[in-house]
Design a protein around this ligand. Structure first.
Ligand code: ZN
Ligand code: FE
Length: 261
């Protein structure tokens, strides 16, 4: 019996990662924006699809569902607060999912902000986090449907997970995120070291994802918006007129990133 789970990185589009969790026989896919690379990976590794897990409704995360369902009739898990075609199991905060075929338990964390109903999946035994477009390595998702207060609260929930939690986010945005992080915290030594490490990975064509929650807490400005150094920098760069409340600070940081090139 195979019960050691591992995760395959399936690149898609320009910079998406689709995650294939498998035990050598069965596989669950997280956020299949495109079916083709998923089907190719399943075939290459002799895996049978047993479940689809969705974090939010955007096409680069859910666009491959219909075609995958033509190949395999499997349960599709997704957020209760979004309407996504194909979803058969609607999930809410603190729901527990037993992933079919894998014996993997995942707990559901509602993380609105990028979209209204965005959810993340946390594996309490493995310390894996699948967080879609909420927390990125070195950054966070844009606020398309939610408010800064919601996103700050969502990121706080993720930051509360164990430091060794592996963060499987959905995009390879790390280097540009860290360039912005350095603009915010030019004196952060851990960040400077991280940039070197991640640049070396990219130079060798290696994914920088997953990262770890502990590293994110030390280097990701969006998990650090309450740090005195970050608030001082927001003031010095004219991003806030005066010291305000934590939500305004976070909003100013997100706004700054939106326009940063
Ligand atoms: Zn998205
Ligand atoms: Fe996305």
């Amino acid at each position: 019996m195979k019960n050691t789970l591992s995760i395959l990185t399936v690149p898609a589009f320009d910079d998406n990662y689709l995650w294939l969790i498998h035990d050598g026989a069965h596989a669950a896919v997280v956020d299949p924006g495109d079916a083709a690379p998923v089907l190719a990976a399943l075939a290459a590794h002799h895996l049978v699809l047993s479940a689809i897990l969705l974090t939010h409704h955007h096409a680069d995360h859910a666009g491959g569902v219909a075609r995958l369902l033509e190949h395999a009739s499997v349960p599709v898990f997704g957020p209760a607060h979004e309407q996504i075609p194909g979803v058969s199991q609607a999930l809410r905060q603190d729901d527990s999912v037993s992933v079919p075929g894998l014996g993997l338990r995942l707990s559901v964390i509602e993380v609105p902000g990028h979209t209204r109903g965005h959810i993340a999946y946390f594996a309490p035994q493995q310390h894996w986090l699948f967080c879609g477009d909420t927390l990125f390595a070195g950054g966070c998702g844009r606020l398309f449907e939610g408010t800064p207060a919601q996103m700050l609260n969502s990121l706080d929930k993720l930051a509360a997970l164990p430091d060794d939690t592996a963060v499987y986010c959905a995009h390879e945005y790390t280097l540009s995120n860290l360039r912005f992080a350095l603009e915010v915290e030019p004196g952060n030594q851990v960040l400077l070291e991280r940039i070197k490490t991640e640049q070396a990975k990219r130079a060798r064509g290696i994914a920088t994802v997953p990262s770890r929650i502990g590293m994110e807490k030390q280097t990701n400005p969006f998990l650090r918006s309450r740090e005195a150094t970050v608030i001082a920098r927001l003031l010095a760069c004219g991003k806030i007129p005066a010291v305000q409340d934590e939500v305004r600070h976070f909003a100013a940081l997100r706004e700054w990133k939106n326009h940063y090139r």
